[in-house]
Design a protein around this ligand. Structure first.
Ligand code: CMC
Length: 435
Protein backbone atom coordinates (compact mmCIF):
# COMPACT_ATOMS: atom_id res chain seq x y z
CA UNK A 1 0.00 0.00 0.00
CA UNK A 2 1.61 3.20 -1.18
CA UNK A 3 -0.14 5.63 1.20
CA UNK A 4 1.34 4.10 4.35
CA UNK A 5 3.92 6.16 6.14
CA UNK A 6 6.52 5.19 8.69
CA UNK A 7 7.22 8.01 11.11
CA UNK A 8 10.77 8.13 12.48
CA UNK A 9 11.79 10.42 15.33
CA UNK A 10 15.52 11.18 15.51
CA UNK A 11 16.23 11.44 19.23
CA UNK A 12 19.52 13.22 18.49
CA UNK A 13 17.69 16.24 17.07
CA UNK A 14 14.05 15.51 18.01
CA UNK A 15 13.23 15.96 14.32
CA UNK A 16 10.45 13.81 12.91
CA UNK A 17 10.56 12.25 9.41
CA UNK A 18 7.85 10.63 7.31
CA UNK A 19 9.21 7.73 5.33
CA UNK A 20 6.74 6.23 2.82
CA UNK A 21 6.30 2.48 2.88
CA UNK A 22 6.60 0.80 -0.48
CA UNK A 23 5.25 -2.78 -0.60
CA UNK A 24 5.93 -3.16 3.13
CA UNK A 25 9.49 -1.91 2.72
CA UNK A 26 11.18 1.44 3.05
CA UNK A 27 13.55 2.70 0.41
CA UNK A 28 16.73 3.01 2.42
CA UNK A 29 17.74 5.98 0.22
CA UNK A 30 14.92 7.85 2.04
CA UNK A 31 16.92 7.53 5.27
CA UNK A 32 19.52 9.88 3.85
CA UNK A 33 17.32 12.82 4.74
CA UNK A 34 17.76 11.99 8.45
CA UNK A 35 20.70 14.24 9.33
CA UNK A 36 22.11 15.99 12.37
CA UNK A 37 23.24 18.96 10.25
CA UNK A 38 23.30 19.85 6.51
CA UNK A 39 26.83 18.46 6.06
CA UNK A 40 25.92 15.09 7.60
CA UNK A 41 25.78 12.32 4.97
CA UNK A 42 22.55 11.04 6.53
CA UNK A 43 21.53 7.64 7.89
CA UNK A 44 22.39 4.50 5.91
CA UNK A 45 21.07 0.96 6.15
CA UNK A 46 23.67 -1.50 7.47
CA UNK A 47 22.84 -5.08 6.52
CA UNK A 48 25.80 -7.42 6.04
CA UNK A 49 24.77 -10.50 4.03
CA UNK A 50 21.44 -8.84 3.12
CA UNK A 51 19.52 -10.42 5.98
CA UNK A 52 16.65 -7.96 5.64
CA UNK A 53 17.28 -6.00 2.43
CA UNK A 54 15.42 -6.45 -0.84
CA UNK A 55 17.71 -5.63 -3.76
CA UNK A 56 15.05 -5.75 -6.45
CA UNK A 57 11.43 -6.33 -7.34
CA UNK A 58 10.92 -9.65 -9.09
CA UNK A 59 7.95 -11.52 -10.54
CA UNK A 60 9.77 -14.80 -11.16
CA UNK A 61 9.89 -16.89 -7.99
CA UNK A 62 7.92 -16.74 -4.75
CA UNK A 63 9.10 -18.38 -1.54
CA UNK A 64 7.31 -18.41 1.79
CA UNK A 65 10.03 -19.78 4.00
CA UNK A 66 7.85 -20.21 7.08
CA UNK A 67 5.23 -22.22 5.24
CA UNK A 68 7.67 -24.10 2.98
CA UNK A 69 6.12 -22.76 -0.25
CA UNK A 70 7.97 -22.39 -3.57
CA UNK A 71 6.29 -21.15 -6.75
CA UNK A 72 7.62 -20.18 -10.18
CA UNK A 73 5.49 -17.45 -11.76
CA UNK A 74 2.68 -18.40 -9.38
CA UNK A 75 2.70 -22.15 -10.07
CA UNK A 76 3.45 -24.46 -7.10
CA UNK A 77 6.69 -26.39 -7.53
CA UNK A 78 4.85 -29.65 -6.75
CA UNK A 79 2.54 -29.20 -9.77
CA UNK A 80 5.36 -28.19 -12.09
CA UNK A 81 7.43 -31.22 -11.02
CA UNK A 82 4.49 -33.54 -11.60
CA UNK A 83 3.06 -32.16 -14.82
CA UNK A 84 5.78 -30.40 -16.81
CA UNK A 85 9.07 -31.06 -18.56
CA UNK A 86 12.16 -29.07 -17.67
CA UNK A 87 12.04 -27.05 -20.89
CA UNK A 88 8.38 -26.15 -20.29
CA UNK A 89 9.41 -24.84 -16.88
CA UNK A 90 12.42 -23.06 -18.38
CA UNK A 91 10.07 -21.29 -20.79
CA UNK A 92 7.79 -20.36 -17.89
CA UNK A 93 10.65 -18.99 -15.80
CA UNK A 94 12.05 -17.01 -18.73
CA UNK A 95 8.89 -15.68 -20.34
CA UNK A 96 6.34 -15.65 -17.51
CA UNK A 97 3.73 -18.07 -18.88
CA UNK A 98 3.59 -21.79 -19.58
CA UNK A 99 4.11 -22.38 -23.32
CA UNK A 100 1.42 -23.49 -25.73
CA UNK A 101 2.28 -26.56 -27.80
CA UNK A 102 3.42 -24.33 -30.64
CA UNK A 103 5.53 -22.08 -28.40
CA UNK A 104 7.16 -25.08 -26.74
CA UNK A 105 8.02 -26.66 -30.10
CA UNK A 106 9.73 -23.46 -31.21
CA UNK A 107 11.52 -23.06 -27.90
CA UNK A 108 12.80 -26.66 -27.95
CA UNK A 109 14.02 -26.17 -31.53
CA UNK A 110 15.82 -22.97 -30.52
CA UNK A 111 17.56 -24.62 -27.57
CA UNK A 112 18.38 -27.78 -29.54
CA UNK A 113 19.91 -25.73 -32.33
CA UNK A 114 22.49 -24.40 -29.87
CA UNK A 115 23.68 -27.55 -28.08
CA UNK A 116 26.97 -27.89 -30.00
CA UNK A 117 30.23 -26.40 -28.76
CA UNK A 118 32.70 -24.90 -31.16
CA UNK A 119 35.64 -27.27 -31.66
CA UNK A 120 38.02 -24.72 -30.16
CA UNK A 121 35.92 -24.68 -26.98
CA UNK A 122 36.19 -28.47 -26.95
CA UNK A 123 39.98 -28.12 -27.23
CA UNK A 124 39.92 -25.55 -24.43
CA UNK A 125 38.25 -28.16 -22.21
CA UNK A 126 40.81 -30.78 -23.24
CA UNK A 127 43.52 -28.53 -21.81
CA UNK A 128 42.46 -29.11 -18.22
CA UNK A 129 44.41 -31.54 -16.05
CA UNK A 130 42.99 -35.08 -15.84
CA UNK A 131 41.82 -34.50 -12.25
CA UNK A 132 40.46 -30.95 -12.67
CA UNK A 133 37.35 -30.30 -10.60
CA UNK A 134 34.35 -30.33 -12.97
CA UNK A 135 32.96 -27.14 -11.42
CA UNK A 136 36.19 -25.23 -12.13
CA UNK A 137 36.06 -26.49 -15.72
CA UNK A 138 32.40 -25.54 -16.02
CA UNK A 139 32.90 -22.00 -14.71
CA UNK A 140 35.91 -21.36 -16.95
CA UNK A 141 34.26 -22.75 -20.07
CA UNK A 142 31.06 -20.75 -19.58
CA UNK A 143 33.25 -17.64 -19.27
CA UNK A 144 35.21 -18.66 -22.38
CA UNK A 145 31.99 -18.63 -24.44
CA UNK A 146 32.15 -14.85 -24.10
CA UNK A 147 35.15 -14.88 -26.46
CA UNK A 148 33.17 -16.91 -28.97
CA UNK A 149 30.16 -14.58 -29.01
CA UNK A 150 31.50 -11.03 -28.64
CA UNK A 151 28.18 -9.55 -29.81
CA UNK A 152 26.67 -10.79 -26.53
CA UNK A 153 27.92 -7.59 -24.90
CA UNK A 154 25.04 -5.70 -26.54
CA UNK A 155 22.90 -6.44 -23.55
CA UNK A 156 20.24 -3.82 -24.30
CA UNK A 157 19.33 -5.43 -27.61
CA UNK A 158 16.39 -7.72 -26.78
CA UNK A 159 16.74 -10.09 -29.74
CA UNK A 160 20.49 -10.40 -29.17
CA UNK A 161 19.79 -11.21 -25.51
CA UNK A 162 17.31 -13.88 -26.51
CA UNK A 163 19.86 -15.52 -28.80
CA UNK A 164 22.48 -15.64 -26.02
CA UNK A 165 19.88 -17.12 -23.66
CA UNK A 166 19.19 -19.98 -26.12
CA UNK A 167 22.91 -20.48 -26.62
CA UNK A 168 23.73 -20.71 -22.95
CA UNK A 169 20.82 -22.98 -22.01
CA UNK A 170 21.63 -25.16 -25.03
CA UNK A 171 25.33 -25.42 -24.26
CA UNK A 172 25.49 -25.90 -20.48
CA UNK A 173 24.59 -29.63 -20.60
CA UNK A 174 27.23 -30.14 -23.29
CA UNK A 175 29.89 -28.38 -21.20
CA UNK A 176 28.79 -30.33 -18.11
CA UNK A 177 28.93 -33.67 -19.92
CA UNK A 178 32.39 -32.90 -21.31
CA UNK A 179 33.71 -32.06 -17.84
CA UNK A 180 32.41 -35.46 -16.70
CA UNK A 181 33.97 -37.43 -19.55
CA UNK A 182 37.22 -35.50 -19.29
CA UNK A 183 37.69 -36.84 -15.76
CA UNK A 184 37.12 -40.39 -16.99
CA UNK A 185 39.40 -40.01 -20.01
CA UNK A 186 36.53 -40.79 -22.39
CA UNK A 187 36.07 -39.06 -25.76
CA UNK A 188 33.42 -36.35 -25.77
CA UNK A 189 30.05 -37.28 -27.26
CA UNK A 190 28.34 -34.83 -29.60
CA UNK A 191 24.75 -33.81 -28.85
CA UNK A 192 21.93 -35.96 -30.20
CA UNK A 193 19.11 -33.62 -31.12
CA UNK A 194 16.50 -36.39 -31.47
CA UNK A 195 16.49 -36.66 -27.70
CA UNK A 196 14.93 -34.40 -25.09
CA UNK A 197 17.09 -31.92 -23.19
CA UNK A 198 17.67 -34.33 -20.29
CA UNK A 199 17.96 -37.45 -22.45
CA UNK A 200 20.52 -35.75 -24.66
CA UNK A 201 22.50 -34.82 -21.54
CA UNK A 202 22.44 -38.49 -20.48
CA UNK A 203 23.59 -39.52 -23.95
CA UNK A 204 26.52 -37.08 -23.81
CA UNK A 205 27.42 -38.47 -20.38
CA UNK A 206 27.07 -42.20 -20.87
CA UNK A 207 27.02 -43.15 -24.56
CA UNK A 208 29.89 -45.46 -25.40
CA UNK A 209 30.28 -47.46 -28.65
CA UNK A 210 26.58 -48.03 -29.34
CA UNK A 211 25.30 -46.10 -32.39
CA UNK A 212 22.32 -44.64 -30.47
CA UNK A 213 21.95 -44.10 -26.74
CA UNK A 214 18.63 -45.20 -25.23
CA UNK A 215 18.17 -43.47 -21.88
CA UNK A 216 16.31 -45.23 -19.11
CA UNK A 217 12.96 -43.36 -18.96
CA UNK A 218 12.73 -43.49 -15.14
CA UNK A 219 16.21 -42.01 -14.74
CA UNK A 220 15.52 -39.40 -17.45
CA UNK A 221 12.30 -38.27 -15.75
CA UNK A 222 13.97 -38.17 -12.32
CA UNK A 223 16.78 -36.00 -13.70
CA UNK A 224 14.24 -33.78 -15.45
CA UNK A 225 12.38 -33.31 -12.15
CA UNK A 226 15.64 -32.45 -10.38
CA UNK A 227 16.31 -29.86 -13.08
CA UNK A 228 12.81 -28.37 -12.54
CA UNK A 229 13.43 -28.11 -8.79
CA UNK A 230 16.72 -26.29 -9.32
CA UNK A 231 15.61 -23.87 -12.07
CA UNK A 232 15.33 -20.78 -9.88
CA UNK A 233 15.27 -19.78 -6.23
CA UNK A 234 14.86 -15.99 -6.17
CA UNK A 235 17.67 -13.84 -4.73
CA UNK A 236 20.11 -16.51 -3.53
CA UNK A 237 23.87 -15.95 -3.47
CA UNK A 238 24.60 -16.93 -7.10
CA UNK A 239 21.56 -15.10 -8.50
CA UNK A 240 22.59 -12.01 -6.62
CA UNK A 241 26.02 -12.34 -8.26
CA UNK A 242 24.43 -12.74 -11.71
CA UNK A 243 22.43 -9.56 -11.19
CA UNK A 244 25.36 -7.72 -9.65
CA UNK A 245 27.88 -8.58 -12.38
CA UNK A 246 25.22 -8.11 -15.05
CA UNK A 247 24.42 -4.67 -13.66
CA UNK A 248 27.78 -3.45 -14.98
CA UNK A 249 26.48 -4.52 -18.44
CA UNK A 250 28.98 -7.36 -18.62
CA UNK A 251 27.88 -10.01 -21.12
CA UNK A 252 25.71 -12.95 -20.00
CA UNK A 253 28.49 -15.55 -20.35
CA UNK A 254 30.92 -13.92 -17.94
CA UNK A 255 28.01 -12.97 -15.67
CA UNK A 256 26.80 -16.59 -15.58
CA UNK A 257 30.37 -17.79 -14.97
CA UNK A 258 30.54 -15.50 -11.94
CA UNK A 259 27.18 -16.81 -10.74
CA UNK A 260 28.42 -20.39 -11.17
CA UNK A 261 31.51 -19.51 -9.13
CA UNK A 262 29.24 -18.34 -6.31
CA UNK A 263 27.23 -21.55 -6.64
CA UNK A 264 30.34 -23.69 -6.22
CA UNK A 265 30.84 -22.73 -2.55
CA UNK A 266 30.02 -25.35 0.11
CA UNK A 267 27.40 -23.11 1.76
CA UNK A 268 25.50 -22.83 -1.54
CA UNK A 269 25.38 -25.34 -4.42
CA UNK A 270 28.58 -27.02 -3.27
CA UNK A 271 26.69 -28.36 -0.24
CA UNK A 272 25.42 -31.42 -2.15
CA UNK A 273 29.01 -32.60 -2.64
CA UNK A 274 29.73 -31.95 1.05
CA UNK A 275 26.69 -33.98 2.13
CA UNK A 276 28.17 -37.09 0.53
CA UNK A 277 31.53 -36.45 2.17
CA UNK A 278 29.75 -36.05 5.49
CA UNK A 279 27.81 -39.31 5.04
CA UNK A 280 31.10 -41.04 4.17
CA UNK A 281 32.71 -39.60 7.26
CA UNK A 282 29.84 -40.78 9.47
CA UNK A 283 30.10 -44.22 7.86
CA UNK A 284 27.59 -46.15 10.00
CA UNK A 285 24.29 -45.36 11.69
CA UNK A 286 25.64 -45.93 15.20
CA UNK A 287 28.05 -43.02 14.73
CA UNK A 288 25.29 -40.47 13.98
CA UNK A 289 24.61 -39.32 17.58
CA UNK A 290 28.31 -38.58 18.12
CA UNK A 291 28.43 -36.68 14.80
CA UNK A 292 25.40 -34.60 15.74
CA UNK A 293 26.96 -33.80 19.10
CA UNK A 294 30.14 -32.63 17.35
CA UNK A 295 28.07 -30.33 15.07
CA UNK A 296 26.23 -28.93 18.10
CA UNK A 297 29.51 -28.23 19.84
CA UNK A 298 30.51 -26.04 16.88
CA UNK A 299 32.73 -28.43 14.90
CA UNK A 300 31.31 -27.80 11.43
CA UNK A 301 27.75 -27.79 10.16
CA UNK A 302 25.32 -30.51 9.26
CA UNK A 303 25.61 -30.18 5.50
CA UNK A 304 22.33 -30.16 3.58
CA UNK A 305 20.56 -28.69 6.61
CA UNK A 306 19.36 -25.15 7.20
CA UNK A 307 18.42 -22.34 4.87
CA UNK A 308 18.43 -18.56 4.95
CA UNK A 309 14.80 -18.40 3.85
CA UNK A 310 13.16 -21.76 4.65
CA UNK A 311 12.38 -22.11 8.32
CA UNK A 312 10.32 -25.17 7.51
CA UNK A 313 10.89 -28.29 5.39
CA UNK A 314 12.35 -27.28 1.99
CA UNK A 315 9.56 -28.36 -0.43
CA UNK A 316 12.20 -29.38 -2.96
CA UNK A 317 13.74 -31.88 -0.52
CA UNK A 318 10.40 -33.71 -0.23
CA UNK A 319 10.09 -34.09 -4.04
CA UNK A 320 13.74 -35.17 -4.35
CA UNK A 321 13.15 -37.92 -1.80
CA UNK A 322 10.34 -39.19 -4.00
CA UNK A 323 12.41 -38.92 -7.22
CA UNK A 324 15.32 -40.70 -5.51
CA UNK A 325 13.01 -43.61 -4.64
CA UNK A 326 12.12 -43.93 -8.34
CA UNK A 327 15.81 -44.01 -9.26
CA UNK A 328 16.59 -46.60 -6.58
CA UNK A 329 14.03 -48.92 -8.19
CA UNK A 330 16.31 -48.96 -11.25
CA UNK A 331 19.74 -48.72 -9.65
CA UNK A 332 19.16 -50.38 -6.28
CA UNK A 333 19.12 -48.41 -3.04
CA UNK A 334 22.11 -46.23 -2.25
CA UNK A 335 23.34 -47.56 1.13
CA UNK A 336 23.96 -43.94 2.20
CA UNK A 337 20.20 -43.39 2.21
CA UNK A 338 19.85 -45.33 5.49
CA UNK A 339 22.37 -43.03 7.15
CA UNK A 340 20.73 -39.91 5.69
CA UNK A 341 17.23 -40.94 6.81
CA UNK A 342 18.45 -41.71 10.32
CA UNK A 343 20.46 -38.48 10.44
CA UNK A 344 17.35 -36.53 9.45
CA UNK A 345 15.20 -38.36 12.03
CA UNK A 346 17.61 -37.70 14.88
CA UNK A 347 18.28 -34.09 13.88
CA UNK A 348 14.59 -33.24 13.57
CA UNK A 349 13.99 -34.46 17.14
CA UNK A 350 16.94 -32.56 18.56
CA UNK A 351 16.34 -29.34 20.49
CA UNK A 352 19.35 -27.61 18.78
CA UNK A 353 17.88 -28.07 15.28
CA UNK A 354 14.26 -27.49 16.36
CA UNK A 355 15.11 -24.20 18.06
CA UNK A 356 17.01 -22.91 15.03
CA UNK A 357 14.40 -24.25 12.58
CA UNK A 358 16.97 -26.29 10.68
CA UNK A 359 15.43 -28.73 8.20
CA UNK A 360 16.86 -30.72 5.28
CA UNK A 361 17.33 -28.51 2.23
CA UNK A 362 17.49 -29.31 -1.49
CA UNK A 363 21.06 -30.57 -1.22
CA UNK A 364 20.44 -33.19 1.46
CA UNK A 365 18.98 -35.93 -0.75
CA UNK A 366 19.99 -34.84 -4.27
CA UNK A 367 23.55 -36.17 -3.94
CA UNK A 368 22.34 -39.58 -2.78
CA UNK A 369 20.24 -39.83 -5.91
CA UNK A 370 23.00 -38.55 -8.18
CA UNK A 371 25.46 -41.04 -6.70
CA UNK A 372 23.03 -43.91 -7.35
CA UNK A 373 22.87 -42.71 -10.98
CA UNK A 374 26.65 -43.06 -11.21
CA UNK A 375 27.90 -39.51 -10.62
CA UNK A 376 30.90 -38.76 -8.45
CA UNK A 377 30.31 -36.05 -5.80
CA UNK A 378 32.52 -33.63 -7.78
CA UNK A 379 29.81 -33.53 -10.47
CA UNK A 380 26.89 -32.70 -8.17
CA UNK A 381 27.23 -28.92 -8.24
CA UNK A 382 27.57 -28.96 -12.03
CA UNK A 383 24.24 -30.78 -12.12
CA UNK A 384 22.80 -27.92 -10.04
CA UNK A 385 24.33 -25.29 -12.35
CA UNK A 386 22.71 -26.64 -15.56
CA UNK A 387 19.09 -25.85 -14.61
CA UNK A 388 20.00 -22.81 -12.47
CA UNK A 389 21.39 -21.22 -15.64
CA UNK A 390 17.74 -20.69 -16.63
CA UNK A 391 17.01 -18.82 -13.39
CA UNK A 392 20.18 -16.74 -13.68
CA UNK A 393 19.26 -15.69 -17.21
CA UNK A 394 15.64 -14.88 -16.32
CA UNK A 395 16.80 -12.76 -13.39
CA UNK A 396 19.49 -11.08 -15.52
CA UNK A 397 16.92 -10.19 -18.16
CA UNK A 398 14.49 -8.89 -15.52
CA UNK A 399 17.26 -6.76 -14.01
CA UNK A 400 18.17 -5.23 -17.38
CA UNK A 401 14.55 -4.38 -18.11
CA UNK A 402 13.91 -2.81 -14.70
CA UNK A 403 14.16 0.99 -15.04
CA UNK A 404 14.97 1.29 -11.33
CA UNK A 405 18.11 -0.84 -11.55
CA UNK A 406 21.56 0.70 -11.91
CA UNK A 407 25.07 -0.62 -11.48
CA UNK A 408 25.17 -2.43 -8.13
CA UNK A 409 27.24 -0.51 -5.68
CA UNK A 410 26.69 -1.00 -1.94
CA UNK A 411 27.98 1.51 0.56
CA UNK A 412 30.25 0.71 3.47
CA UNK A 413 30.92 1.87 6.99
CA UNK A 414 34.60 2.79 6.95
CA UNK A 415 36.48 1.52 10.01
CA UNK A 416 40.08 2.19 8.91
CA UNK A 417 42.63 4.94 9.70
CA UNK A 418 42.05 8.64 9.38
CA UNK A 419 44.41 10.33 6.91
CA UNK A 420 48.11 9.75 7.73
CA UNK A 421 51.42 10.48 5.99
CA UNK A 422 53.68 8.02 4.16
CA UNK A 423 56.81 7.39 6.24
CA UNK A 424 60.24 6.74 4.64
CA UNK A 425 61.17 3.05 4.43
CA UNK A 426 63.50 3.11 7.48
CA UNK A 427 60.73 4.52 9.69
CA UNK A 428 58.07 1.97 8.69
CA UNK A 429 57.07 -0.72 11.14
CA UNK A 430 57.93 1.60 14.06
CA UNK A 431 54.93 1.92 16.32
CA UNK A 432 54.43 5.60 17.05
CA UNK A 433 52.85 6.17 20.45
CA UNK A 434 49.57 7.96 20.29
CA UNK A 435 49.34 11.57 21.41
N1 CMC B 1 24.23 -27.26 10.95
C1 CMC B 1 24.34 -26.81 12.22
N2 CMC B 1 23.98 -25.58 12.62
C2 CMC B 1 23.51 -24.76 11.68
C3 CMC B 1 23.36 -25.15 10.34
C4 CMC B 1 23.74 -26.46 9.98
N3 CMC B 1 23.61 -26.89 8.73
N4 CMC B 1 22.86 -24.11 9.63
C5 CMC B 1 22.72 -23.10 10.49
N5 CMC B 1 23.10 -23.50 11.73
C6 CMC B 1 23.03 -22.71 12.97
C7 CMC B 1 24.08 -21.61 12.96
O1 CMC B 1 25.29 -22.08 13.54
C8 CMC B 1 23.40 -20.55 13.79
O2 CMC B 1 23.46 -20.95 15.15
P1 CMC B 1 23.63 -19.85 16.33
O3 CMC B 1 22.37 -19.03 16.27
O4 CMC B 1 23.79 -20.64 17.55
O5 CMC B 1 24.85 -19.05 15.96
C9 CMC B 1 21.94 -20.66 13.39
O6 CMC B 1 21.75 -22.03 12.97
C10 CMC B 1 21.54 -19.71 12.26
O7 CMC B 1 22.40 -20.00 11.13
P2 CMC B 1 23.03 -18.93 10.17
O8 CMC B 1 24.40 -19.39 9.80
O9 CMC B 1 22.88 -17.56 10.77
O10 CMC B 1 22.06 -19.04 8.95
P3 CMC B 1 22.31 -18.44 7.50
O11 CMC B 1 20.97 -18.06 6.99
O12 CMC B 1 23.36 -17.41 7.51
O13 CMC B 1 22.90 -19.69 6.68
C11 CMC B 1 23.03 -21.65 5.40
C12 CMC B 1 22.13 -20.49 5.85
C13 CMC B 1 22.29 -22.45 4.34
C14 CMC B 1 24.30 -21.08 4.76
C15 CMC B 1 23.37 -22.52 6.63
O14 CMC B 1 22.18 -23.08 7.16
C16 CMC B 1 24.37 -23.61 6.28
O15 CMC B 1 25.57 -23.34 6.30
N6 CMC B 1 23.90 -24.87 5.97
C17 CMC B 1 24.80 -25.92 5.57
C18 CMC B 1 25.19 -25.73 4.11
C19 CMC B 1 24.05 -26.06 3.17
O16 CMC B 1 23.39 -27.08 3.29
N7 CMC B 1 23.85 -25.18 2.18
C20 CMC B 1 22.85 -25.38 1.12
C21 CMC B 1 21.76 -24.36 1.19
S1 CMC B 1 20.31 -24.80 0.21
C22 CMC B 1 20.82 -24.79 -1.43
C23 CMC B 1 21.34 -23.52 -1.93
O17 CMC B 1 20.67 -22.49 -1.89
O18 CMC B 1 22.46 -23.52 -2.40
Amino acid sequence: MTDEILNIVDKRTNASYDVPLFKDAIRTADLKKIKTDPDDFGVMGYDPAFLNTASCQSSITFIDGDKGILRYRGYPIEQLAEKCSFLEVAYLVLFGELPTEEQLKKFVTNITYHTMLHETTKKFLEGFRYDAHPMGMFISTVAALSTMYPESRHVHDASNRELQIYRLIGKVPTIAAYTYRHGLGFPYVYPDNDLTYTENFMSMLWKMAEPKYHPNPVMARALDILFILHADHEQNCSTNVMRSVGSSQADPFVSAAAAAAALSGPLHGGANEEVLRMLDEIGTKDRIPAYIESVKSGRGKLMGFGHRVYKNYDPRARIIKWAADQVFQVTGRNPKLEIALELERIALEDEYFIKRKLYPNVDFYSGIMYQAMGFKPEMFTVLFAIPRTVGWLAQWQEMLQDPEQKITRPRQIYTGHEQRDVAPMDRRGVVVAAG
